[in-house]
Design a protein around this ligand. Structure first.
Ligand code: ADP
Length: 774
């Protein structure tokens, strides 16, 4: 009979068998451990998991088979059980028979006896190695992803569509301007999209969700909580569930705001350029190696009337004016030969669509690598026109000036020639011995009036010349002291008549020879001394000369003790037609031009002129002119030529177109015992000079047909009998300077004295008669 204990034992055996059966069949490793730690039992599954056979492990202490760290944890779990914990779970690395570590998960339970005292520990251990390693790999992947995110600035996000759980990477939060701990939902994310795009984005995502198709490289605009706008470049795709419906949606984002801004700025610049190119009339053009247009900007429509694309492919040369092509070819050629040169500015006419020619200007730039020339062409038609107008205007002015100076020269000729005759013949008549007193008086008056008229004519013409800027100084070495002395002598008679003391004071004497414009200096002196005598009734007129060596300048003052001029009038003196008192000068025979002309002459010579005066006390008129000491060789050329005297019975050739002049000259030359041959123009003179030898030739400069200069050149050029004869020029022109083909010059109006002196000087002839008037 079985006792209850036996029954218990049986039951126990039965449950033991059952346990073993279960344990033996189970996939997990089941083991029983004494409280001291030794293994009592381990199921055969251990061989599959760790490679050990069950009997290898019986009696071993489990923790001793582990690495120290895992052993400690296992021991701790066991002692927890002993101190009352119902069960313990730990994960640890078990050591396999081949030395590998295998991750296992163990559930430990304390088994008590009937009395409730701890009896043993049962462990169910599962192989979780694959799972743990997978998790580790996942962690690694995630770590790498984070790294990639940091490096590439790529943000990740993921939405589990079944649970609506959203997970995002830190970068995502950065981009969205959200704090690290923020909780997010898909709706919340969508709220960040720019309001004007939100509805569209929502619809688009819904469409993707519906079809499960991925989205690639979309750009969205979001507004961060701080109000900042960001542009995001994103892609997303889906993980599908078993039924093919999207289960997870995940994607990446890059913040491309900077790029978008740069692109917008670029677009803005571009559109500005576009505005500019539509507003401007400058044409941007590009041509290829063969001169074909590959690009031309829209301004071409405004300037040349062609559409923007109309000219593409056409040769630029076909539009160019044929006359301007060579210039273009030269310019382009130079540039292509050496693209480093400063590109030339080229101008050429291009044909407008309506047939007109438009002037274009541009500076081509060669892009040799690309085989292209480009440049900006500007319409300069108006500018060209203005330039042409200006040139025409200039030519007109030039012509007018020429006409004026021709007129002046003519006038001076026409007026002075008859006066020359009047004065000359008057002088001859006065010289006649048997002249009745009354006749002598009349002739004297004729002479005086003629001279006055001549001086007015000279003044007016001189002023006209000065005003048209035609006066240029004729510098020549000259003995200055004799020049002043001779000029003063001219007034000796006039001064004596008025009882005036006329003196010269050389305060600082100049060198013997100075380079000045002697004729002009003389003219100014004549004006000032003439005025001084005219406006002085008693006392003296003193000419003072100071040579300012340091400045190479002559200072000449004409001081009188005459009427004087008040301050107000002094300022007006050098202006046109200003006479202090019209009555004063009229009564004294002035024209009001002398000082104006003097100032003009002094200005032209580069000097200064001025006055100091007190009414009733007299006036000091002064002027300065630059004067240099000539170099030695200049002096040598200025030396007087020496001629053989005109032989008695020798011949003089007189060339003058004016019969009256010829007659007068012949009359004056009658004092020479010489035969006079007349010529009426240059051609006749040249012919006469071919036929016979002349001791002297007098050549009027201004003659119709061949003038005196040409005739003289012709005579000097041919190896005839007169090639080296002395030739004196006659000229009424103050500006005429005898060039070196002449041996001297006689200024018109010719007076008997002047002519005789000149002829005598040139030919060293003694006058036959002594009654010739001076
Ligand atoms: P004009 O032919 O009338 O003398 P000027 O130009 O030579 O013309 O002189 C202008 C005016 O200046 C004269 O009309 C005269 O009134 C005054 N004037 C010129 N020189 C003197 C002088 N030495 N003394 C006083 N008045 C003078």
């Amino acid at each position: 009979m079985l006792t209850p204990f036996d029954q218990d034992i049986d039951a126990l055996r039965a449950s033991e068998a059952l346990f073993r059966l279960l344990a033996e069949q189970a996939g997990d490793v089941i083991s029983r451990h004494r409280l001291s730690g030794e293994i009592d039992y381990v199921s055969p599954a251990v061989e599959r998991v760790l490679g050990w056979k069950a009997q290898d492990l019986i009696g071993q202490v489990a923790s001793e088979l582990l690495d120290p760290e895992d052993a400690t944890r296992l021991r701790a779990a066991m002692s927890n059980l002993l101190s009352g914990a119902a069960e313990q779970s730990i994960e640890y690395r078990a050591r396999a028979k081949d030395g590998r570590h295998v991750w296992v998960e163990a559930h430990l339970r304390l088994v008590r006896d009937e009395a409730g005292a701890p009896r043993e520990i049962v462990a169910v251990t599962r192989d979780i190695d694959a799972r743990v390693r997978l998790a580790e790999a996942a962690r690694e992947t995630q770590r790498r992803a984070l790294l990639a995110e940091q490096v590439a600035d790529v943000a990740f996000w993921r939405v589990d569509l079944r649970t609506s759980a959203v997970s995002v990477s830190p970068k995502f939060l950065d981009i969205y301007g959200l704090s690290r701990g923020a909780r997010l939902s898909l709706a919340e994310i969508l709220r960040h999209f720019a309001p004007d795009t939100r509805a569209r984005v929502r619809a688009e995502i819904a469409e993707h969700l519906r079809t499960g198709t991925p989205s690639r490289n979309r750009i969205d605009r979001i507004v961060r909580p701080d109000g900042e706008i960001r542009h995001l470049l994103g892609s997303f795709e889906f993980d599908l569930d078993g039924a093919g419906a999207p289960a997870v949606m995940f994607g990446t984002l890059i913040d491309v705001s900077d790029l978008v801004q740069a692109r917008e700025a670029l677009a803005q610049t571009e559109s500005r350029f576009r505005d500019l190119s539509t507003a401007t009339r400058d044409i941007v053009i590009e041509v290829d190696r063969k001169g074909r247009i590959i690009f031309i900007s829209s301004a071409v429509e405004k300037v040349l009337g062609y559409g923007e694309t109309e000219l593409i492919g056409h040769k630029a040369a076909h539009l160019t004016h044929p006359d301007d092509l060579p210039g273009l070819v030269r310019g382009f050629g130079a540039l292509i030969a050496d693209p480093t040169i400063v590109p030339p500015i080229l101008e050429a006419r291009a044909r407008h669509a309506d047939g007109r020619w438009i002037w274009l200007q541009g500076r081509p730039v060669a892009d040799m690598a690309a085989g292209r020339l480009h440049g900006v062409l500007r319409d300069i038609t108006e500018w060209k026109q203005a330039q042409d107008d200006l040139a025409a205007e200039h030519a007109r002015a030039e012509a007018a000036l020429e006409a004026r100076s021709a007129f002046l020269a003519n006038m001076s000729h026409e007026l002075r020639t008859p006066l020359t005759a009047v004065i000359g013949f008057a002088a001859l008549v006065v010289g006649l011995e048997d002249l009745p007193d009354k006749a002598r008086d009349y002739v004297q008056r004729i002479s005086t009036a003629g001279k006055a008229l001549l001086s007015v004519i000279n003044d007016v013409l001189e002023l006209a010349k000065l005003e048209s800027g035609q006066v240029e100084p004729h510098l020549a070495p000259c003995a200055f002291t004799p020049l002043v002395e001779d000029t003063i002598k001219m007034f000796a008679l006039g001064a004596a008549e008025k009882g005036l003391d006329l003196r010269l004071r050389m305060i600082e004497p100049p060198p013997r020879v100075l380079t000045i414009d002697p004729d002009r200096v003389r003219q100014v002196l004549i004006n000032l001394i003439g005025n001084a005598i005219r406006y002085t009734d008693a006392g003296s007129v003193t000419v003072e000369v100071v040579w300012r060596e340091d400045f190479e300048e002559l200072f000449v003052a004409v001081r009188d003790t005459g009427l004087g001029i008040d301050a107000a009038h002094q300022e007006q003196l050098f202006k046109r037609f200003s006479q202090v008192e019209a009555s004063r000068s009229r009564s004294r025979g002035g024209t009001g031009l002398g000082l104006v002309i003097s100032k003009g002459l002094v200005d032209a010579m580069g000097g200064r002129i001025g006055v100091g005066s007190r009414p009733g006390e007299g006036s000091d008129f002064w002027f300065t002119v630059p004067a240099t000491i000539p170099a030695r060789d200049a002096l040598a050329t200025g030396a007087e030529p020496v001629f053989e005297p005109v032989r008695a019975g020798g011949r003089i050739l007189l060339a003058d177109d004016n019969a009256l002049n010829r007659e007068m000259t012949r009359a004056i030359l009658g004092v020479f015992d010489a035969e006079i041959v007349e010529a009426r123009d240059g051609r006749e003179a040249v012919e006469a000079a071919r036929r016979e030898v002349f001791e002297l030739i007098l050549m009027d400069i201004r003659m119709p047909g061949m003038d005196g200069v040409d005739a003289t050149r012709a005579i000097r050029a041919e190896p005839g009998p007169n090639q080296n004869a002395p030739i004196l020029a006659f000229s009424a022109d103050m500006d005429f300077q005898a060039s070196d083909i002449f041996d001297g010059m006689i200024r018109k109006p010719v007076t008997a004295a002047k002519l005789i002196e000149a002829v005598a000087g040139a030919a060293r002839v003694e006058p036959a008669a002594s009654h010739v008037a001076k």
